[in-house]
Write a protein that binds this ligand. Structure first.
Ligand code: SF4
Length: 190
């Protein structure tokens, strides 16, 4: 990321200022449920790796949430391996890269109890409107975003959301959650 390393104590604040909607949704669900299902763990885990959270801190993050509902032993046996794996520390040591918007929009649509996916693509329109209003997007802005959604221009909807929440005109369309994050940091740190 632009600002270099992100540390665990910054994550909550950043989720409200610099995360795209898809990742804010995953972060919020994690905090509320102390759990995320498989594709949510993948989508969010690779994103936080991409913004520069170290493997050590990622393990602390997942462990501290998950062990609110399960014992440490179970976490270490069932989940820690996959987190290390996504950082390329286990198995074939493949380096997994964070998912692009296209991949999130086109593959593995969320089912009941899932929080992954792209809210502009996968969230019911009324619910999406409510959430945008709760995040203080003005009515006119919500209408603009929903117009893009209606025409299946999900990434343009996301770009408009970026513009409205950052008070800038975007230089390019959003095509990757980590690009969204980097551009947000650039705007907010200037
Ligand atoms: Fe996330 Fe991309 Fe959807 Fe924006 S367009 S919410 S960054 S998946």
């Amino acid at each position: 990321s632009v600002g270099g390393k992100v540390t665990l104590d910054q994550i909550d604040g950043l989720s409200k200022t610099s995360y795209p909607l898809c990742m804010r949704q995953l972060h919020t669900a994690m905090k509320e449920n102390h759990h995320l299902k498989h594709f949510g763990r993948l989508q969010y885990g690779l994103f936080i790796k991409g913004i520069g959270l170290s493997l050590e801190e990622a393990l602390i993050f997942w462990r501290s949430e998950f062990t609110k509902l399960m014992d440490v032993d179970k976490f270490d046996k069932q989940y820690a391996y996959n987190i290390r794996h996504s950082y390329g520390k286990e198995g074939k040591r493949q380096d997994y890269t964070p998912y692009s918007c296209m991949k999130i929009i086109m593959t593995n649509p969320p089912g009941p109890g899932d929080h992954h996916g792209c809210p502009f693509r996968h969230t019911d329109a009324d619910l999406l409107r409510q959430r945008l209003a709760a995040y203080r997007i003005p009515k006119k802005g919500i209408d603009e975003i929903m117009e893009f959604v209606k025409e299946s221009h999900y990434q343009l909807a996301c770009t408009r959301y970026f513009e409205l929440t950052h008070g800038v005109t975007a230089s390019s369309a959003i095509n990757h959650p980590n690009q969204y994050f980097d551009e947000s940091r650039q705007v907010l740190q200037d």
